[in-house]
Design a protein around this ligand. Structure first.
Ligand SMILES: *Cc1c(COP(=O)(O)O)cnc(C)c1O
Length: 403
């Protein structure tokens, strides 16, 4: 329970599990603003540690790779239960370098979903391989397994499932399929730090996995950053060269490489933030549970129920046919919301050359018209959640009967 001198509305969801939905909705504030994410309030919780981490890098004045990156690679590999981790400069680079590390390029096919952030497909494209798109399951927004099986050809080298919004889908059947055909499974875990499947962490499930540390991700740097995790020591050796202009030792360039290194300042900050990740994810889960409970009667579709450890709610996404009107109304009431994503990859101008058109991936297309992401961050308060729910309720009272 929250401290007596604070309003219950200032509590975070974990504090007030004994308040009922009607208690909360009865006392909701008439007007407030709710940001979509609030990184400052999360950082404020352990600001002195972050400042000390940054100061440590300045004191050492070693800014690229080095000790701070190695330390964080060890912590992150341990967190994911993998043998190795290789720090890179973004989630995009993580995906691209894994593919290149496996020798995937022109003439090869890589299967992923039309309903993802465009970077998944852009990373495949960057290697020269051909992205092959499939639709998603309407409830979990995860790769459709039947379509994935049907998309496998003699040219398929890898499958990239995307743990969209922080939910891991049915990895075991996908892994069985991939093993049968001898193709790699590369997890796009860019939204799923700390998520799990049958007790195994995202990142440890496939052959290799890509994480992004873009600031608003569940684990975010003070700028761009990314990580590859894997148990494959040979792959790791190639990745360490690829990220650093192909170099094994200074000025010895064994392979054609790139500059995709992780900066020390991000590694130092991320190492501190990793210690708070489970708590932050628990805050997200409780916030999601609060939204779901309070929206029970609303004419919207809430996220499909997930196993306890499966979902880390990078985003809390609801569906409604009144999406555009609802978004406008929430905006007028000071609530920031988003759409992830408004145009499926196959309908993006950049990927017209894949030859798809409207109707090719009907689930992804329908979702793009109906989805809206509500404010979601670990420190969101019960009062903020209640205000959002109340605003949704008011909108639907205006357009149709609230059942
Ligand atoms: C963020 C994200 C990426 C790309 O990560 P960057 O660090 O921004 O390059 C890739 N895939 C998904 C699903 C993402 O959410």
């Amino acid at each position: 329970m929250s401290a007596p001198d604070r309003s219950p509305l200032d509590a975070v969801p974990g504090d007030v599990i004994d308040l009922t939905a009607s208690d909360v909705l009865a006392v909701v504030r008439p007007e407030m603003t709710v940001p979509f994410v609030d990184l400052a309030s999360e950082h404020h919780r352990y600001r002195h540690q972050l400042d000390a981490a940054v100061a440590g890098v300045v004191d050492a004045s070693s800014f690229v790779l080095g000790e701070a990156v190695e330390r964080f690679e060890r912590s992150f590999a341990a967190y994911c239960s993998t043998e190795h981790a290789v720090g890179v400069d973004s989630g995009f680079s993580a995906l691209e370098l894994i593919l290149r590390g496996y020798g995937i390029g022109p003439g090869d096919e890589v299967i992923t979903t039309a309903n993802t952030f465009v970077a998944t497909v852009a990373a495949i494209d960057a290697t020269g391989a051909t992205p092959v798109l499939v639709d998603v399951d309407p409830a979990t927004h995860w790769m459709d397994l039947d379509q994935t099986a049907a998309a496998i050809t003699a040219h398929t080298r890898a499958i990239i499932p995307v743990h969209l919004y922080g939910r891991v889908g049915p990895m075991d059947p996908l892994l069985d399929l991939a093993r049968y055909y001898g193709v790699k499974v590369i997890e796009d875990a860019c939204q799923a730090h700390g998520a799990a499947y049958r007790g195994r962490r995202a990142g440890s499930l496939g052959d290799a996995a890509a994480f992004s540390f873009y600031p608003s991700k569940n684990l975010g740097a003070f700028g761009d950053g990314g990580m590859i995790v894997t148990d494959d020591a040979d792959l790791v050796e190639r990745l360490r060269m690829l990220r650093n202009v192909g170099s094994t030792e200074k000025y010895v360039h064994a392979v054609r490489g790139f500059n995709r290194r992780l900066d020390s300042i991000h590694a130092a900050v991320l190492d501190i933030k990793l210690g708070y990740l489970d708590r932050a994810n628990e805050g997200r889960r409780r916030a999601a549970a609060a939204y779901t409970a309070l929206l029970e009667e609303a004419p919207v579709t809430v996220p499909a129920k997930a196993e306890a450890d499966e979902h880390v709610f990078h985003l809390y996404v609801i569906e409604t046919l009144e999406r555009d009107g609802l978004m406008r109304s929430l905006g007028e009431r000071g609530i920031s919301v988003g759409i992830h994503y408004p145009v499926p990859v196959h309908l993006q101008p950049a990927y017209g050359w894949l030859g798809h058109g409207p109707g090719d991936f009907p689930v992804s297309e329908a979702l793009a018209e109906r989805i809206v992401s509500l404010p979601m961050f670990p420190t969101i308060s019960v009062g903020q959640i209640a205000y959002v729910v109340k605003a949704i309720e008011r909108y639907f009272q205006g357009v149709r009967t609230w059942t």
